[in-house]
Ligand binder design. Structure first.
Ligand code: HPA
Length: 277
């Protein structure tokens, strides 16, 4: 075993995944967020690997998060999807949240499409819109590369400018226009959760320039950028954020919005995957 436990754990997880993937080499990774897990059923010729079978990986416990890797084809492209993700609010450390992202990079993923449901802080956003992340505010108070072990993976002092790849965003806009799917472009703010925000917090976040808010994504994107993986982040606006027109968000409305958005989400993601270079 290497002295660096993180590297050693990733080596083991990678060897296990490579055996399960039977020679498949997915270059596109997809993380399916709250209520967006059903997209995995559209992946053709799937191989399934439950998170619990992967050495050193944590199990997903959040509602509507299945908790497995699905490797297969979307159109002509081989993808590796996470049907469910690991959140900080499930008790996972920042390194545990980032672990599957580092793993995907080691398996050859070059482009990561990370998705979630988010509250709309921007008052012009409507429930059912998709918001392409153009930047983020990491307000989780955590960072997966804030440990000496993460230095064993790659350089830790990397830029977060254009962390959300402008070319991927342009492609997503083109696909959305063609498919008649409403998209916005905005700044995403990520929090620890799991309680929703207070209206005063949402007012403060708006003043900071945030357009959407949720409880995932930032730590994954930092891990992806450390490994040079290009990122596209897409939020489904599932509810107005707390206090927006008197809103008081709850988990059920998030799930319902996701159910209603399934068809649009599927056309958007499939169209993007088909054309990603
Ligand atoms: N706040 C935080 N997380 C969320 C929200 C929200 O309003 N909606 C969906 N996930």
């Amino acid at each position: 075993m290497s002295e660096n436990m993180l590297v050693a754990r990733l080596d083991e997880a990678q060897a296990y995944m490579e055996a399960q993937l039977q020679g498949r080499k997915p270059a596109i990774g997809i993380i399916l967020g709250s209520g967006l897990n059903p997209f995995a059923e559209e992946i053709a010729d799937p191989l399934y690997v439950p998170f619990t079978d992967v050495p050193h990986m944590k199990m997903s416990t959040a509602t509507g998060h299945v908790g497995r890797f699905v490797c297969g084809r979307v159109g002509e492209r081989m993808v590796l999807a996470m049907q469910g993700r690991l959140h900080a609010y499930e008790g996972n450390s920042s390194i545990e949240v980032a672990f599957p992202v580092w793993l995907m990079a080691r398996l050859g993923v070059k482009v990561l499409i990370t998705t979630n449901a988010a509250g709309g802080i921007n008052e012009s956003y409507r429930v059912g819109d998709f918001c392409l992340m153009k930047d983020h505010i990491n307000f989780t108070g955590r960072n997966p590369v804030a440990s000496p072990e993460a230095a064993g993976l790659a350089e830790r002092f990397f830029s977060m400018t254009d962390a959300y790849d402008p070319a991927l965003r342009a492609l997503a806009k083109e696909v959305a226009a063609r498919e008649n799917v409403r998209v916005q472009e905005g700044v995403y703010l990520g929090l620890l959760g799991p309680s929703f925000e207070s209206p005063a917090e949402i007012r403060a976040f708006r003043a900071w320039g945030a357009d959407t808010v949720a409880m995932s994504v930032c730590e994954e994107v930092i891990a992806a950028r450390q490994m040079g993986v290009r990122v596209l982040g897409i939020s489904l606006v599932s509810n107005p954020a707390a206090g927006v027109e008197g809103a008081s968000p709850n988990g059920e409305e998030v799930m319902e919005a996701a159910r209603n958005a399934e068809a649009n989400f599927s056309r958007l993601i499939s169209g993007i995957v088909a054309e990603v270079d």
